[in-house]
Design a protein around this ligand. Structure first.
Ligand code: ZN
Length: 368
């Protein structure tokens, strides 16, 4: 199990008197096999902190992990998992200077090394030694040293623990948004209405940009409208792709949107994105596809229409800070209330995944 760490009690600054020795957690045993069990509370080293988890959000990555495991995040079975959370600092390692007992914090699921080939070029999302954190579907989680140093944040007074738990998704979306060369005079088409797609809608509308949201679940498309999408189109309402593209072009003076963001992660919708985009436009392949999949491109269109195709992955500390500023400004609250649409106790995580899969829940707030 990835939860075992040994240390001495005198390595910690705050005596862990209130911290029990065992806790409830969800363990991943295999595809579609997760179990609510009692496991030891992680012991922390002198460079770590222990956080009592307040809210952990379900998301696309966790749902995929639940269904088929994860090649990077699940190293051995059974394993704890879950990575998008907020909580309260409960125990502090004696060498930790920047956090103290009782603080409300949100920690990212990774931190770059700042030393590798890509980190030296400030391409932190490409870090070759990125350290991941997993295991938030539990009452307590230990935060490793590097993440404490570079990617753990105090939650501002005016921001709730639940709102702050969405920080990582928002950081990823701001990263994708800023790389997409979006300006007010452009139309953005966002394919996908999961939490990431909807956060893109919210961010574009906050910036006063015209948005076309494309999805296939009426409930989620309604939320896209609620958040402010100018148009919300259901792929299923069109006879074929050609009809859908014709409709999208008719909403953009016949040209097509200048920016298309694919937030699904399927080769089919990647291809669709390249056919929707305007001449001279940009496609952001934001949704990661399964390893080994390929995409057919119309080379004529790519060249003569001068398309720009980019991939954007993950977040960096810079975008996390921007996301935190945006959250604490309060201007995102309505969008977040629509996206974190339901709460569940920890033991009902599986039910939350099932509802997320069926499209009835976008992101669930799990309360350990
Ligand atoms: Zn690195």
């Amino acid at each position: 199990m990835s939860v075992n760490k040994t240390t001495l009690q005198d390595n910690v600054k705050v005596a862990p008197s209130e911290v029990p020795s065992v806790m409830n957690a969800i363990l991943f045993y295999g595809p579609s096999d997760i179990r609510y069990e009692q496991i030891p509370v992680p012991k922390i080293s002198e460079n770590e902190i222990l956080v009592k988890v307040d809210t952990v959000l379900t998301g696309g990555t966790d749902l995929k992990t639940f269904k088929r495991g994860h090649p990077v995040l699940i190293k051995s079975i059974p394993s704890t998992f879950g990575h998008q959370f907020s909580g309260i600092v409960t125990v502090v390692g004696k060498n930790v200077k920047n956090f103290s007992f009782g603080q409300k914090i949100v920690a990212m699921n990774s931190a770059p090394c700042y030393e590798c080939h890509f980190c030296k070029k400030s391409r932190f999302s490409l870090c070759e030694n990125i350290e991941f954190l997993n295991g938030a579907y539990a009452e307590y989680i230990a935060i490793p040293e590097r993440i404490i140093q570079h990617n753990t944040y105090l939650i501002p007074e005016n921001t709730s623990l639940e709102t702050a738990s969405i920080l990582e998704s928002l950081a990823v979306v701001i990263h994708g948004y800023e790389r997409s060369e979006i300006t007010k005079d452009k139309t953005v088409c966002i394919i996908g209405t999961g939490s990431i797609g909807l956060l893109f809608v919210a961010l574009a509308k906050l910036n006063g940009v015209k948005v076309i949201s494309v999805g296939r679940t009426p409930f989620k498309l309604n939320i896209a409208k609620e958040i402010g999408a100018d148009f919300a189109l259901n792929i299923k309402d069109f006879l074929n792709e050609e009809e859908l593209i014709k409709n999208i072009k008719s909403l953009t003076d016949g040209y097509g949107p200048e920016v298309v963001i694919e937030a699904v992660g399927l080769p089919e919708t990647w291809g669709l994105a390249t056919r929707i985009v305007s001449r001279g436009g940009l496609v952001n392949f934001f949704g990661g596809c399964k390893k080994g999949t390929n995409l057919n491109l119309d080379t004529f269109k790519l060249h003569y229409d001068e398309l720009k195709l980019i991939g954007v992955f993950h977040h960096t500390p810079e975008y996390v800070q921007k996301a935190l500023n945006l959250l604490s400004s309060g201007s995102f609250e309505k969008g977040i209330r629509n996206i974190i649409s339901k709460s569940f106790p920890l033991k009902e995580l599986e039910r939350a995944f099932i509802l997320q899969e069926s499209g009835e829940v976008i992101q669930a707030a799990i309360k350990p």
